[in-house]
Design a protein around this ligand. Structure first.
Ligand code: GRF
Length: 240
């Protein structure tokens, strides 16, 4: 099987990168892509250290933190990147790259878009805004990337309850847990060609016909949650 060459862009710790790498390893022969490159605008990003530990090439991109860094488009071309997953990448994708990778670039946002997204809505700011709004659910949104922050077509969302005693940390941790389960499955499905962006700008997908999943039950353990997602998406359980 020819596998899709995936790049992950990350500015921070890279726990979503790790979840993607681990999930593809668990899928083994059934995986549809390989992470061949990790790129960051921050030389000190934990994601680059994770890449090194996993034996994946890491590069530093040009940015105010790294004036000598490499250009995104050139890096993708040099590595034959076919699919890009943004995982906590804190910079806007240059318009020419976003256009070149239309339908081939994904982002994970830690709230239910189109609410609580856009410029300035990242990290704890998102969770504070959710708590201020008093909504009952938050949760990860995976979407195709376009030229605007958090704007492209939504592929999958997993509502996560907001609890009365939550602060930004407890809410962020619950949402991050859902991110780690959801994002790798979407990345593999897009790598498989089972999800794509139609010419009309809408998602074409047999796997995620309704982007919004039933709410996550945080009382379940990760294995049970993973099984519920795999059953929902008709995915092969890794151990079978
Ligand atoms: C995640 O919350 C993701 O939703 C957002 O940035 C954070 C990245 O975390 N885009 P990590 O670096 O993957 O741990």
């Amino acid at each position: 099987m020819t596998r899709t060459r995936i790049a992950v862009l990350a500015s921070g710790g890279g726990s979503n990168l790790q979840a993607i790498v681990d999930h593809l390893a668990t899928l083994g022969e059934h995986r549809h892509g390989d992470v061949v490159l990790v790129a960051s605008n921050r030389p000190d990003a934990g994601a680059l250290a994770r890449a090194e530990r996993a034996g994946i090439e890491g590069v530093v991109l040009r940015s105010p933190h790294a004036p000598d860094g490499l250009e995104l488009g050139a890096v993708f071309a040099a590595h034959g990147v076919a699919l890009v997953a943004l995982a906590g990448y804190m910079r806007l994708i240059p318009p020419d790259v976003a256009i070149a990778y239309r339908g081939r670039m994904l982002n994970m946002h830690p709230a239910l878009l189109p609410d609580f997204g856009g410029p300035g809505m990242y990290g704890s700011r998102v969770h504070r805004a959710v708590l201020r709004a008093g909504v009952a659910f938050s949760g990860p949104s995976v979407h195709f990337v376009d030229e605007e922050y958090d704007h492209g077509a939504v592929i999958a969302q997993w509502p996560v309850p907001v609890l009365p005693q939550d602060d930004e940390h407890s809410l962020a941790a619950r949402v991050l847990r859902a991110e780690h389960l959801l994002y790798p499955r979407v990345v593999d499905a897009v790598a498989a060609g089972e999800v794509r962006l139609g010419d009309d700008g809408r998602v074409v997908s047999a796997r995620f016909p309704q982007p919004r999943l039933p709410a996550m039950n945080p009382a379940l353990d990760d294995e049970a949650l993973a099984r519920s997602l795999d059953a929902r998406f008709g995915l092969r359980a890794p151990s079978t």
